[in-house]
Each structure stands twice: as structure tokens, then as C-alpha cells.
Write a protein that binds this ligand. Sequence first.
Ligand SMILES: Cc1cc2nc3c(=O)[nH]c(=O)nc-3n(C[C@H](O)[C@H](O)[C@H](O)COP(=O)(O)O)c2cc1C
Length: 378
Amino acid sequence: MIYSRWGRISLESNSVGKEFVITCFGESHGRCVGVVVDGCPAGLPLSERDVQKELDKRIPPQPEIVSARREKDIVEILSGTFNGLTTGAPICTLVWNKEVIPGEYDLIKDTPRPGHADYPARIKYGKFYDYRGGGRFSGRITVAFVMAGAIAKKLLGLFGVEVLAYATEIGNVKLRAIPTLKKIRRDTYKTAVRCPDLESAKEMEEAILKAKSEGDSVGGIVECIVSNVPVGVGEPLFDSLDADIAKMLFDVPAVKGVEFGAGFEAARLKGSENNDAYVIREGKIVTLTNNAGGVLGGLSSGMPILVRAAIKPTPSISKEQKTVDLSKMEETLIRVKGRHDPCIVPKAVPVVESAVAIVLVDHMLRAGIIPKVLRGRK
Ligand SMILES: Cc1cc2nc3c(=O)[nH]c(=O)nc-3n(C[C@H](O)[C@H](O)[C@H](O)COP(=O)(O)O)c2cc1C
């Protein structure tokens, strides 16, 4: 055991979930990034193709709007399936890191990047901090979210639940009109920025390229809609559905805000404006509006879950910024080199979708809506 001046040093919180437990492993510049999914029911048809399809969504084909690091990310499933079906045993999936350039991040060893995790991580973990590409703090870790999310989404699909995320804002360019579910399904991944409105997407792309040409970066907002969630999913008090989704989204690097439904705007409404009135439509109880974002009292309300994540601008930028040389305890200047995304939002869209799907599967297993063994479901 290694002790620092405050206590034990370890990066120890690597698992999440109670019934559908995922454990993420790997570093940006280590050998691989992977995830172990424990608690997936037996009998789910699962192939590497299913996971690969989701992983491929992480990397828009247009190289100019993402990092120059072009990992192919070919998934390998090492355990937990037999004859194309899950067995109920832990599923281990990984991708190998191939595009690692030694020495690429030497500059940041002693001069922490403003906005990244370098400074607090270096103080907390000292010489054990793997600073290469941000180590465990790299956005690359979200490959693990997407692999586990692929399994979660496949499971949810068997129960008619669909999770769809897309970009609604990038670099102050907002999506013009609320898209239909059909449009989100059809067009989101047609655009480099993962926005289903083609015209807004073009402007968002331009905003990214402009920031990039200035050695800068931009942020944005990812919205996620979950349809067909049964009423009553969630475990108040402390495992409320919205709280668990928010926690998982805040575990995605660069997420700085999460809101459901009307979100912060609800604070400015009157009760009569914010309450979602109940009506009967086609024999079902529904609400006329969805300011609650599909969650009341920590339980799903039966309306679509509507959640948004605010993504900050990429911290690593080539514009000159002030920092401190920790080895000399002197102020200095830094221009961050290396391969970085000028905007995180396009890659974050499938990550947000995965994070939400993982939490929902965990809760639907806990509620017994998803059984431990899937029989007769294809
Ligand atoms: C998909 C994804 C890709 C990212 N790419 C980069 C990147 O290229 N450069 C960078 O500095 N940060 C990138 N980040 C963000 C950092 O990992 C993050 O800002 C850092 O770990 C500090 O954590 P915090 O922003 O949550 O406080 C990325 C995040 C995600 C989710």
C-alpha cells in the first residue's frame, strides 16, 4: 500500500452500477482501453459487430473537426458470450491503443494545462500520475462507456426502450427547430457534428473550424431523449433515476452541467406554467407538457426522459495561456501541443447516449423489468 501525506493513493473508483456493474480500465497512452460488464442477463444476442457499430459513431469521418489521433478502435470481446449469446458471466471488451507517440506529452509533465486535470492529479498522485495524454483523465476513457453502452442499448431495445442523443448547440450556434424522433434517427450521424438539422450542423462545423484556426476550442450541449420507459423506474431516496443519470453524465470528462426537461428555466416559471397536466390519450395517461423531463420524485413518469449535458470547450488549445512550471515554482506560458479535439461535442454524443443507457439498464434490472435470463426474446 502506498500512502501520501493525506492517506492512501489510489485511483479506486472505477466501477458503477448495482446490478449492471461496469468497471472501466486503461489509459490514454497505455496498452488498451476496456470495460468489464458484470450483470448482463444471459441470452442477449451479442457480437463484436454490435459493439463496433456504436464505437464507430465516436469518430466522425471528417478529420478536421476532431483530434488527429485516428485510432481504428477495433473491439475485441474476450469473455461472457457463447454461440453469439451472453452467458450471464462478466463480459470483457477492449480496444488496443495503437497511435501512441512517445514523448508527445512531455511538456505537460511539469506545466499543467489550464482546464485539464493535470494540476490536481499531479498534486494528488505525485509521481504515480500517468500524465501521458491525461492518462485516466483522458476523453479516450469514454471508449469504455460506449462499449458498455452498446450492450445496454441492445438490452433496452428488447424492451422497446430507445435512447437517442444529438448535439443541440456548438460554439453558440443553436439547433434551429426541434427535430422529430424520425429525423434524429435518420440524420444525426449524417453530419460531422452529430446534429440532425443539416443547416445548423453546417454552421456548427464552421464555428469549430474557426475556433481551431485561432488555436482555440468551443463547447456545446448534447440532448438525450429516452422513449418508452415504463412508469416507476428509479430507487428513491438516494438512487433516484435523475440523480443516477446526472452522476453518470458528470463522470463523462468535460461535462459541466446537467438539466432535465425545463431544467434551470423551471426556476423562472410559475407552478401553473411548470406543472405537466395529466390527460388521457389513446387510453393512456400522459402529460400535455414535459417540463419534468420524464422524472418525478426520482421515478420515471412514463413521459420521455429528456436530459441535456453542457460540454465545456476542449481545455488543450494551442493559444498561449498562463501556467506554472511546478519543477521551478515559476510562472510560465504554455501552448498545448499534441492531438486534440477542437470541440468535444461530436464525440460526446454517443458517450452521453451510452451513459444514460447504462443507468437505465441498471435500474430496470433492479426493478425486475429486465429479467436475469432472457428467454424467447430476439
Ligand atoms: C470524448 C471526449 C474527448 C475529449 N478530448 C479531449 C482532447 O482532445 N483534449 C483535451 O484537452 N480534453 C479532451 N477531453 C476533455 C478532458 O478529458 C477533460 O476536460 C479533463 O479530463 C478534465 O475534466 P473535467 O473537464 O471534467 O473537469 C475530452 C473529453 C471527452 C468526453
